[in-house]
Design a protein around this ligand. Structure first.
Ligand code: GLN
Ligand code: ZN
Length: 760
């Protein structure tokens, strides 16, 4: 008997972020287009070599920016605003992705970029396809076909991987009065043409990704699936429909009904559905099981997988395929690149390449028996045992502390109306108080000092002096600007989550554990492996120093437990909620230290609270209840007079406003400038009781807002929110901006606030 191994996709950015650096060099004009393309060729070739032991290697998973955008180009669905005659195709592509191409990097010749949004519940952002009544699909397959040819040189057994038509359509946004499903017949026709082209190239299998199947679908969209796959049938080519990231639930039946030759199920999220899939689907179809977690960095427990997989293999025989649960796009490339992680903890981990090795071991064990890979299985068993029993992951003190958590621990002493009065007296702020969100420009001097210190080239005293200089500069600027509540500027932080990961016990930081976030941007999530403990204050000395320089109030600045959790690779041996509560206790301790040191305002950022929402609405309440619970534990241990701020940089609160109110932060600062304050309507309707700082200008753009623009926005805001509850601040932190942009923007903001005060 045999079992087929395959992969759904490989990380494209490169083990040392080669693609990132090539892209950015191309965009700033320091390398040519052909050099960039050569980097692409090299990376693809390396990645296919890595995967050559698999029975099918993926093609089409590589992308110069985003594979959903590639799909839009493949289908000829490009927004007309971005078509410029002088562009090469690649420049046109970047123009859609970034609003500008390489040749107009430094001039005004830009158009607005395609909207970006998160790919399901991952931190990967795709460019949202755009649909209008005029949308017309025309196949542009030459790039995909060229890559297929490239791959076939390396390994003839390839499997093109494409976003499936229904998912593609459902993720897009529409302009004007259009029912997206009206475009389906045309779209399906174009996909069918594409499949015919693939069939002509001796391709046996194509993988169509339809992760939309793990979300709640209306009857219309379920029917769209049946229609689509009925019309995609092709005698020469087998279709594998891939689902991942969640459970199929009532879409399982739909999936089984599709006239395709194979389906892929994510067994990490859909373990309970394996049996019903096997029972429901036609007995001639391939079942691909995603058995290795493509979303985390832990070794799989291979023996346990074999325990349940062997009987399935006995039953399915060659109908069984195995793969990672989803594309490996969401994990770093190679653990071997890491030289600084504690060897024991490293022995518990697996990045993309190690995950493919695990897959191969499982395949051998199935085909030739476990004894054929005895050594590998033993090694794996030892690593799994070592992690299970390690004292590194279990801190009895933390465990005991967690047991003492009660909901009351998350209650403030008095309701907001009373706190408001007490805080007013102490803080003595004008109406329309002005502040910023935390970070100030991260200049090259700052980065240099941090890097030097990290490398051990400078000692702590020198580093501290450099940071103090930056803090002092920041305080001076805020004094000159006459802001009301100051911040220290976050010069010491490389990243709002990694900074805390570096200091908390229970975390390791990788050197090269980068994962693509969007385009050339990558994130390096810190790795939470054990019980979380704060050994010493993490932010206190910096904040205290800043406060010592001024009579104005300096806000203490922390990242909240939910955001730390959602932006880390976290342990999978306990529920996320438990880990989140441990983080909450650590942040709570820091909050109390800050309060003790007479810091009167403390901001706890929860930028990632919303993105942790489960894919299915039915699970939202559960998530929100523990996430909000954890925030309350972190924040609400303070006295009435201490003012808690939180910050969220998004603008969708409609469906979570009750949970936001439950957090009970005294002040919430949010992104609103781009939505023209419209989002405040939700707060008004809900009668949101606490204070709000609606962002008055978009920090993502270099544009400097005028005083009049800011006044106009705040005038809108005061019609919706009681004046005494309004703050004036930018949308988000200023770290990516230049001082030359920040100073005039904030000056206009402060002037606007002063004028608003006069007219109230
Ligand atoms: N305090 C952080 C900053 O100013 C907040 C960043 C964020 O919300 N993404 O950078
Ligand atoms: Zn923000």
């Amino acid at each position: 008997m045999m079992v087929t191994t395959h992969n759904l996709g490989f990380p494209r950015i490169g083990g040392k972020r080669e693609l990132k650096f090539a892209l950015e060099s191309y965009w700033n004009g320091s390398i040519t287009q052909s050099a960039l393309l050569q980097t692409g060729v090299n990376l693809r070739s390396t990645h296919w070599q890595y995967q050559k032991n698999l029975d099918f290697i993926p093609v089409g998973d590589f992308s110069y920016y985003d594979h959903v955008l590639d799909m839009s180009f493949l289908l000829g669905n490009i927004p007309t605003r971005s078509i410029k005659d002088q562009d090469t195709r690649l420049d046109q592509y970047f123009r859609v992705a970034r609003g500008r191409s390489a040749n107009d990097e430094h001039n005004e010749n830009s158009v607005f970029a395609g909207e970006m949004t998160k790919w399901f519940d991952t931190n990967y952002h795709f460019i949202v396809p755009e649909f209008t009544k005029e949308t017309h699909f025309t196949l542009n397959a030459e790039h995909l076909l060229a890559q297929i040819q490239e791959a076939q040189h390396i390994n003839p057994a390839i499997k093109p991987v494409l976003v499936g038509p229904v998912t593609y359509l459902s993720l897009g946004k529409t302009y004007g009065d259009l029912n997206k499903l009206d475009l389906l017949p045309q779209l399906v026709k174009t996909y069918a043409e594409l499949l015919s082209l693939l069939a002509q190239r001796q391709i046996q299998w194509v993988q169509l990704d339809e992760p939309i199947l793990v979300t709640e679908l209306s009857k219309e969209w379920q029917d769209a699936f049946l229609y689509t796959y009925k019309h995609l049938q092709n005698d020469q080519l087998n279709i594998l429909v891939a689902t991942y990231f969640g459970q199929l639930q009532d879409n399982l039946e739909i999936l089984c009904k599709l006239p395709v030759q194979g389906v892929h199920l994510d067994t990490i999220n859909g373990f309970d559905e394996i049996q019903s899939l096997i029972d429901t689907i036609d007995a001639n179809k391939i079942i691909s099981l995603g058995i290795i977690n493509g979303r985390n960095i832990w070794k799989s427990d291979l023996n346990t997988i074999l325990d349940w997989l062997e009987p399935i293999y006995q039953k399915l025989g060659k109908r069984l395929w195995i793969a990672p649960s989803c594309s490996l796009l969401h994990v770093p490339v190679d653990l071997q690149n890491e030289s600084k992680i504690d060897p024991q903890i490293k022995s518990w981990m697996a990045f993309a390449l190690q995950k493919l090795d695990e897959l191969t071991i499982i395949a051998h064990a199935l085909k030739d028996g476990r004894t054929s890979v005895k050594q590998d299985l033993n090694d794996n068993h030892q690593a799994i045992q070592s992690r299970k029993t390690s004292t590194l992951t279990h801190n009895p003190h933390v465990r005991d502390l967690c047991k003492t958590i009660t909901p009351e621990l998350g209650n403030r002493n008095s309701p907001y109306t009373e706190r408001f009065k007490i805080q007013q007296k102490i803080l003595n702020l004008p109406i329309f108080p002005t502040t910023t969100i935390g970070s100030f420009p991260q200049t090259s001097d700052i980065r240099k000092a941090r890097n030097q210190f990290k490398k051990g080239n400078i000692d702590f005293q020198t580093y501290e002096a450099a940071m103090h200089k930056e803090i002092a500069l920041c305080i001076q600027q805020q004094t000159d600007l006459d802001l009301d509540v100051f911040v220290h500027g976050e010069a010491e932080r490389n990243d709002m989550v990694e900074y805390f990961g570096e200091q908390l016990e229970g975390y390791v930081i990788s050197q090269h554990g980068w994962v693509q976030s969007y385009g050339s941007r990558c994130v390096k999530p810190p790795i939470l492996y054990g019980d979380i403990h704060r050994n010493q204050a993490m932010t206190l000395p910096w904040i205290k120093y800043a406060q010592s320089l001024t009579d104005k109030t300096v806000k203490g600045m922390l990242t909240g437990p939910v955001t730390i959790l959602n932006w880390s690779f976290v342990r999978d041996d306990q529920p996320r909620s438990e880990t989140c509560y441990q983080l909450a206790l650590a942040i709570r301790a820091e909050v109390l230290d800050l309060e003790q040191a007479n810091i009167k305002i403390i901001q706890i950022d929860e930028a990632a609270l919303r993105e942790g929402l489960p894919l299915r609405r039915s699970q939202w309440d559960n998530y929100l209840s523990w996430a909000v619970g954890a925030f309350r534990i972190a924040a609400n241990g303070v006295k009435d007079q201490t003012q808690i701020h939180t910050h969220m940089c998004y603008s969708e609160f409609n469906d979570i406003i009750a949970a936001i109110a439950k957090m009970d932060a005294d002040v919430i600062t949010i992104e609103t400038s781009r939505s023209n304050m419209e989002l405040l309507e939700v707060f008004e309707e809900f009668n949101y009781p606490n204070s709000i700082g609606p962002g008055v200008y978009d920090i993502h753009s270099p544009n400097i807002p005028s005083k009049a623009q800011i006044i106009a926005l705040m005038d809108k805001a005061r019609r919706l929110i009681p004046v005494q509850h309004l703050w004036v601040n930018p949308d988000c932190g200023l770290k990516t901006r230049q001082w030359s942009e920040v100073i005039p923007a904030l000056r206009h903001m402060v002037d606007a606030a002063k004028q608003l005060r006069k007219s109230t």
